[in-house]
Design a binder for this molecule. Structure first.
Ligand code: MN
Length: 679
């Protein structure tokens, strides 16, 4: 299942160079070789607890980074990451011999190193704080640190037992969640399993053994699904890759704990992953899956239309698979799959820009996401206040009282902050608190400040604001208001305006990056939905409320970003949608007898011996596949049998109902959600 390799692999510099060349043939291998030789010399004579030469560690960290296709600068920094701390080398020397960027990354990684002699909470808060600063500085620092942790955890058995536990706990609390947040699931899941093994050895072994025992059965089940799917998809000329998806040990353990379930209950849920060629194929595959197996309500998520902040994209759905087991399905393209494995590291994968200072090394959406970890770690206002991040010449990062990060130009004031939050907040600003203290509105902000704007219903902009406001957007709004309210004369305006200013009159409220993606993707999606309407590529879902089947009189409703949902014309939920006539489309059933549709059927009867057996027999006689049965006694002798059946259409269903009505003691047969009394 999980492919952790506990052996220490002795690989050498040639392994590293070959790996780099495999994804970047134009890489500057020379600088990498030099970094290796320097680190080798600097660490010479030092050994790790395993007894191996120390250089093996930085080398393995660098090799880990090649899995994420990182650039040469990061690889060099990985090779040199311990030289400042463990040998006599200085950062200036590294900057000079390699590059200032390499030195900056080494410095960042060194500074994150664990604090000694502090309580767990303080040490962890401290680590988190450093991680945040590092993230703001350059995301590569955090990725190198994660690769460092990955190798240290792989070799943790050489540590003393108490130390093993402390390190594993910190890894589970901080590093694994950060890797997950950044979408680097490859490292995240390995860190989880390695820590889990140290902290809960018995549970780890138990889950590992149970999984091994059931491997054969699982493979057979997944093979069955793959066969059914391949058959159907080949008819549609789609050839995606379908694989079973093994959960990592820790996620099984966490689910058992959090949902209070047994191993078998968690294990019952299988997962498959489908890798399609193109985005439109993903939706087509989803459509096929939803017609083969009944989707579970509320479990469909379209992360293609609305990607996560760490760029993760995929379609997720859970269906009732063969034998009634829930089946979790992920559908994505090859490119999305790489992003899912590498997370933010994939940022630099497709748009390499080696010379320019790459803007994407600092990403506000991810920053906000990492920042959420602070809230979860219950960190204090005090250390937020301590954050002094003088990182860039041109921008500062400040916080709302809720901990949201706002990026502003350097020398911005509380008024700029107020307008960045919302123009209404700016227009009504009456006072401001910085780090809990009331300050004049003209106060200039520093990175790390927490700002609270006090507004007043009767508040309005003042001409004096124009003297200190920094952002052109805010300035424009203030000036328009003043002019409209005759509080500024042309003369005043001229003296106020600095002659060299080149201003574009445009609002500068920051829309979070996720929102931007959401807005553009949705409109894009909607367009393509309408234009491909009626083709196999559109996502079609049979609605859960009325569960239409072929032959039923139906209508399609174009949902926002979720394709078309098919309802019966008689479905009560259509009432809610009536106003939006333009979103209804006509749907015709294709006559294809091979297609089977899952429906839920209820049979009520006064209980008797062999009732279930007789009912099930009638269903089989009508050549119907029973997916799931659920029988219970409503009261002493009133039985309700619920079935999930596969039917080809409403004619087929009619036959089944007619047969069941004749079974002795049956009082009522109806499609669930559509109760009709028959006797
Ligand atoms: Mn290290």
């Amino acid at each position: 299942m999980s492919d952790i390799d506990f052996k220490i692999r002795s690989r050498d510099i040639d392994t590293l160079l070959a790996q780099i060349e495999s994804y970047n043939p134009a890489a500057e291998l020379d600088i990498v070789k030099r970094a290796y030789e320097f680190a080798d010399t600097a660490h010479s004579g030092q050994t790790r607890l395993s007894g191996e030469p120390y250089i093996i560690h930085p080398l393995e960290v660098a090799i880990n980074l090649t899995q994420l296709h990182m650039d040469e600068t990061s690889i060099c920094a990985a090779l040199l990451h311990d030289v400042v701390e463990d040998t006599g080398a200085t950062l200036d020397f590294i900057a000079d011999k390699f590059s200032p960027d390499v030195a900056m990354l080494v410095d960042g990684v060194t500074k994150i190193s664990a604090m000694k002699n502090k309580s767990r909470t303080i040490a962890q808060a401290e680590t988190l704080r450093k991680m945040l600063i590092a993230t703001i500085k350059d995301l590569r620092v955090i990725i190198i640190k994660l690769a460092d942790k990955q190798h240290n955890m792989r070799t943790i058995m050489f540590q003393r037992e108490d130390k093993q536990r402390r390190i594993a706990q910190e890894t589970l609390d901080i590093y694994a969640p950060i890797a997950r947040r950044l979408g680097i699931s490859r490292i995240g899941s390995e860190l989880e399993d390695l820590s889990f093994r140290v902290l809960y050895r018995d549970e780890y072994d138990d889950i590992k053994n149970r999984l091994a025992q059931r491997e054969e059965q699982r493979t057979a089940y997944i093979d069955g699904i793959r066969y059914t799917l391949y058959k159907r998809l080949t008819e549609m000329e789609l050839k995606p890759e379908i694989t079973g998806r093994a959960k990592n040990y820790f996620s099984i353990f966490r689910k058992m704990k959090m949902q209070d379930k047994t191993f078998d209950e968690i294990y019952d849920i299988q997962g498959i992953r489908i890798i399609a060629d193109e985005v439109k194929d993903c939706y087509a595959v989803l459509g096929v899956i939803h017609t083969l197996w009944a989707p579970i309500e509320g479990r469909f998520k379209d992360y293609i239309a609305v990607p996560k902040s760490n760029m993760y994209q995929s379609l997720h759905t859970t269906v009732i698979g063969p034998e009634g087991h829930p089946l979790e399905v992920q559908i994505r393209t090859r490119e999305m799959h790489e992003t899912a494995q590498m997370g933010i590291a994939a940022h630099w994968l497709y748009k390499e820009n080696k010379t320019a200072k790459n803007e994407s090394y600092k990403d506000l959406a991810i920053l906000n996401d990492i920042n959420k970890l602070f809230d979860e770690a219950n960190t204090s206002v005090q250390f937020m206040k301590d954050l002094k991040m003088n990182l860039y010449d041109d921008e500062i990062f400040v916080f709302t009282p809720q901990g949201k990060i706002v990026k502003l130009a350097r020398e911005s004031t509380t008024i700029d902050f107020a307008f960045a939050i919302h123009s209404e907040v700016g227009m009504k600003a009456a006072g401001a608190k910085v780090n809990g203290k009331i300050v004049p509105l003209r106060t200039k902000l520093n990175s790390g400040d927490i700002i609270e704007i006090l507004t007043s219903k009767t508040g309005h902009p003042a001409a004096a604001w124009l003297k200190f406001v920094k952002s052109s957007g805010a300035r424009y709004k203030i000036r328009s208001w003043l002019r409209k309210n005759n509080q500024i004369t042309d003369e005043e305006e001229k003296t106020e305006r600095k002659p060299q200013q080149k201003e574009t009159p445009r609002a500068e409220v920051i829309i979070p990056k996720e929102e931007q993606i959401k807005l553009s993707k949705i409109s894009e999606n909607k367009r393509s939905m309408v234009s491909i309407e009626g083709t196999a590529n559109v996502l079609i879902k049979l609605s859960q409320c009325c569960q239409p089947i072929p032959g039923d009189d139906v209508v399609g409703f174009i949902t926002r970003g979720r394709g078309i949902t098919i309802h019966k014309r008689s479905c009560p939920s259509l009432k809610r949608m009536e106003k939006e006539k333009e979103r209804f489309v006509n749907i015709l059933w294709e006559s294809s007898p091979q297609n089977m549709y899952p429906i839920k059927l209820a049979v009520e009867a006064s209980d008797r011996v062999n009732l279930l057996k007789d009912v099930a027999e009638e269903i089989s006689l009508s050549k119907t596949n029973i997916i799931k049965v659920d029988a219970n006694l409503r009261n002493k002798d009133h039985a309700v049998l619920k079935f999930i059946l596969e039917v080809s259409g409403n004619k087929h269903l009619g036959e089944i109902i007619a047969r069941l009505k004749k079974v002795k003691n049956v009082t009522n047969v109806y499609k669930l959600n559509e109760k009709v009394v028959i006797k």
